[in-house]
Design a protein around this ligand. Structure first.
Ligand SMILES: CC(=O)[C@@H](O)[C@H](O)COP(=O)(O)O
Ligand SMILES: NCC(=O)COP(=O)(O)O
Length: 238
């Protein structure tokens, strides 16, 4: 089974556009769970333009599914995660001014840094995942950091899916096989949507979890949140 974790950053973006508390991010997380989501993902950034650090503290006591916090492990982020103790932390090497995440870790170059940070989280029984491009050497490098899982960065897959889905998925299928060989759990995310999700899931049999935000929240504007979550779950479980 592949779990669906809903990334609620875009709910926070909408709220922040006006100030105030509409839509209510905590209520939205609870509703996502009520509608079938098996996890809630947040990705706080240093400028707090989406999810704020306070949201993360507010969400922890109420989220009853898997809570996944994503972000670049700056000292502030590490403190937040160690305070909140989510089920999973996903390390993403995004620059503070990047519009969204745009690359995976170089696990070979940053091996010592990742080993140190991952050890801090694992000491507190927080499952770790690191965001990587679908490159076999990077997956092997990830295994040397002590992480429990990797999250494959699926932007390239999503981008090329409509023109040639077989070619688009090939590096991901290879990376997934390497992950299995080196005993790493497998997550995936970025730009996944109702069109491209089912095929990815078919080609990556060991896919444990996807985190989806942007497209899912856009779909919910037209289809409603409950219906949308059900449609995504159907793509994963067809
Ligand atoms: C790691 C990743 O791909 C997501 O966390 C993504 O960066 C979040 O989406 P936003 O950039 O839209 O907040
Ligand atoms: N880890 C990926 C994620 O949380 C959501 O990415 P996106 O669906 O907003 O592109």
């Amino acid at each position: 089974m592949t779990k669906l974790s809903v990334n609620i950053n875009k709910i926070a973006t909408l709220r922040n556009a006006r100030g105030g508390n509409r839509p209510n991010v905590v209520q939205a997380a609870l509703d996502c769970e009520r509608f079938g989501a098996q996890g809630i993902t947040v990705h706080p950034r240093p400028d707090e333009r989406h999810i704020r650090y306070q949201d993360v503290y507010d969400l922890k006591p109420v989220v009853t599914t898997e809570f996944n916090i994503e972000g670049n492990p700056t000292p502030d982020f590490i403190k937040l995660v160690l305070d909140v103790k989510p089920e999973q932390v996903t390390l993403v090497p995004d620059a503070p001014d990047a519009i969204t995440s745009n690359a995976g870790w170089d696990t070979l170059k940053h091996k010592d840094f990742l080993i140190d940070v991952i050890a801090q989280f694992k000491e507190q029984d927080i499952r770790t995942s690191i965001f990587v491009d679908p490159i076999e050497a990077q997956v092997e490098g990830a295994a040397l950091t002590g992480t429990d899982r990797i999250e494959l960065y699926t932007e390239a897959y999503a981008h090329h899916y409509l023109s040639d889905r077989e070619k688009a998925v090939a590096p991901y299928a290879r990376a997934a096989r390497v992950a299995q060989q080196v005993n790493l759990g497998l997550n995936a995310g970025h730009d996944l949507d109702l069109d491209n999700l089912k095929y990815l899931k078919e080609k990556l049999p060991n896919l444990a979890e996807v985190s989806i935000g942007h497209a899912l929240i856009c779909d919910a504007l037209y289809l409603g949140l409950e219906n949308t979550i059900q449609l995504y779950l159907r793509q994963l479980n067809a």
